[in-house]
Design a protein around this ligand. Structure first.
Ligand code: PGA
Length: 252
């Protein structure tokens, strides 16, 4: 049994007072669900105040991005040791918005995963195909390239705390969700590929999240898929009520 992980990605939303208010409510909903892990990813400015709110709770703090270097002349960037220092336990790496809007390559994603692991942060490594790639029948090729590129030269022991998030780009922020069958098919592909590359122990215990327009209406059916171990939620994580319902998903 893989413990479910429900993660909220707040993207570039919430001032510090707003973040504190929302985190306080999420802390309450998560307390009622001790059989699952919950994480929230505020923007950098709200990390520390949110960490204070989450202290002693079962909600973990997640960053949305990280620079590969531990320190240096990289104006505007934040390093993995700084995130750990702020109280983060997870970090999102390779989100499609970073790949498409900020030109992140598989190689850079790999460097970010390595830096995160070195600071004992658990990377939530995002992969996913665009609509054109899906329509061209290239979904699995794209995922294979992203997984191989992002995890090149790692050993199974290095990545035992890594989480993979399958986020089809065409489902992010569009209101279009992959059907449970579409998601399950890709999750099986990812698990098999990870088992082939890193061994079945890793593959069998790997947490694979689904992301892309997850909401209170579709959460239960998505979580009923055997290989969906949790979700990465954008829009619906910005309101306490909708995220609370997602955290409290019903087992079908
Ligand atoms: P969404 O975003 O839930 O708003 O589609 C998901 C994500 O980007 O992680």
């Amino acid at each position: 049994m893989i413990r479910p992980l429900i993660a909220g990605n707040w993207k570039m939303h919430k001032t510090i007072p707003e973040a504190v208010k929302l985190a306080t409510r999420i802390r309450e909903s998560a307390a009622a669900c001790p059989d699952r892990d919950v994480a929230i990813a505020p923007s950098f400015t709200a990390l520390r105040p949110t960490a204070e709110v989450l202290r002693g709770s079962n909600v973990r703090l997640c960053a949305q991005n990280v620079h590969p270097a531990p320190q240096g002349a990289f104006t505007g960037e934040v390093s993995a040791p700084m995130l750990a220092d702020a109280g983060c336990q997870y970090v999102i790496v390779g989100h499609s918005e970073r790949r498409t809007l900020f030109g992140e390559t598989d190689e850079l994603v790999r460097a970010k995963i390595q830096a995160s692991l070195q600071s004992s942060l658990m990377p939530i490594f995002c992969v996913g195909e665009s609509l054109a790639e899906r329509e061209d029948g290239r979904t699995f090729d794209v995922l294979e390239r992203q997984l191989k590129g992002g995890l090149n030269n790692f050993q199974a022991a290095d990545i035992r705390h890594l989480v993979v998030a399958y986020e089809p780009v065409w489902a992010i922020g569009t209101g279009k969700t992959a059907t449970p069958d579409q998601a399950q098919e890709v999750h099986v592909f990812i698990r098999r590929m990870m088992s082939r590359t890193f061994g079945t122990d890793l593959g069998d215990s790997l947490t694979i999240l689904y992301g892309g327009s997850v909401n209170p209406k579709n959460i239960d059916i998505l979580m009923a898929c055997e290989d969906i171990n949790g979700v990465l939620v954008g829009g619906a994580s910005l309101e306490a009520e909708s995220f609370g319902r997602i955290v409290g998903f019903q087992k079908l």
